[in-house]
Design a protein around this ligand. Structure first.
Ligand code: NAP
Length: 317
């Protein structure tokens, strides 16, 4: 799948392509035994992912920092889809305290967990540190999801064992991982304001999303647990993600409208990787336009993935 298929919408080996919608790629899938958490499910791609998972019968927990936006999304889904099961829970991924309290609240509910969609994200924000003193892209897009995943893994393991349904973890990355800093992950100067470049910081966090899914997948396989982990690039979709770069994005879209997707097309790769039976047992991969794709070489570097894991572990304990 390359530029030509992106522009023309021609399907790839999966039978789907850039113009496929989330409803199309999940047609006929029965998700009624699935419980899913979608982070950032109150907006953009996450809201559409939540809707389509609910449409296929899944019990969806929208994990959001903006509970009133999440309530609006829930209300619309429940109104439009008879019998839809949607709940909302508070989660601020830029705060480890919030991630821990979300995980313990979720665990206390004793719900199963088959599917974790690590979707929430921020892009190109001005330099800022999280409550925990970590650069904001890295804290929100990677570290919060790293901690959340670790805290929910026992529930996922248990669910996979008892239900005999493959658990799946999907990390929303981006083709922008190629714009990471030239030193890839700034292990020694993550929070250095003087060296901050917004594109590099966003790219670094999206590179981390791929490396995280890769190392997680390796660990899950070594454990022999029935859970997969993959990363996706959803395409280019005009969403509130662009709030810090609205004018630049509008300008770019004007000259490259053929490269952009609508939100239902933007949620298709996530929904395909989350639910499609073709991907049973497929783990540690990167997907774009509903097909496996090749990320850049840094994203396939196993040593870098291990180092990032250890670094993230230290920052979250
Ligand atoms: N749109 C694209 O073209 C594109 C391209 C490549 C990759 N992606 C990736 O796709 C994912 C979804 O993006 P989108 O386009 O759907 O953007 P979006 O509409 O802005 O959705 C992102 C969601 O993440 C939430 N979020 C941000 N910071 C958070 C935090 N600290 N704690 C909890 N939730 C937080 C946002 O909540 P608020 O509404 O409260 O801010 C929002 O609900 C992101 O990971 C993004 O990097 C998008």
């Amino acid at each position: 799948m390359g530029l030509i298929s992106l522009v023309t919408g021609i399907s790839g080996p999966s039978g789907f392509g850039s113009s496929s919608t989330a409803e199309e790629v999940t047609k006929g899938v029965d998700a009624s035994r699935i419980t899913a958490i979608v982070t950032g499910g109150a907006s953009g791609i996450g809201a559409e992912t939540s809707r389509v998972l609910a449409l296929r019968g899944a019990h969806v927990i929208i994990a959001a920092r903006n509970l009133s936006a999440a309530a609006d999304v829930k209300e619309k889904i429940v109104r439009d889809i008879p019998g839809a099961r949607v709940d909302i829970m508070k989660l601020d991924l830029s705060s480890m305290e919030s991630v821990r309290s979300f995980a313990s609240e979720f665990t206390a509910k004793r719900l199963p967990l088959n599917l974790l969609i690590n979707n929430a994200g921020v892009m190109l924000c001005p330099f800022g540190l999280s409550k925990d003193g970590i650069e904001m892209h890295f804290a929100t897009n990677h570290l919060g999801h790293f901690l959340l995943t670790n805290l929910l893994l026992d529930t996922m393991r248990q669910t996979a064992k008892e239900s005999r349904i493959e658990g799946r973890i999907v990390n929303l990355s981006s083709v922008a991982h190629i714009a990471a800093y030239s030193d890839a992950i700034r292990f020694d100067s993550l929070n250095d304001k003087t060296r901050y470049v917004d594109r590099g910081a966003y790219g670094q966090s999206k590179l981390a999303n791929i490396l995280h899914s890769k190392e997680l997948s390796r660990r899950l396989a070594a454990e022999g647990v029935n859970i997969t982990a993959n990363a996706v690039h959803p395409g280019f979709i005009m969403t509130p993600l662009m709030r810090y770069s609205k004018n630049l994005m509008k300008f770019l879209k004007f000259f490259s409208s053929f490269l952009w997707k609508n939100v239902s097309q933007g949620a298709s790769t996530t929904c395909y990787v989350a639910l499609h039976p073709n991907l049973k047992g497929v783990s540690g991969k990167y997907f774009s336009d509903c097909n496996e794709a090749r990320p850049n070489t840094l994203a396939t570097n196993e040593e870098l993935a291990k180092r990032l894991w250890e670094f993230s572990q230290k920052l979250t304990t």
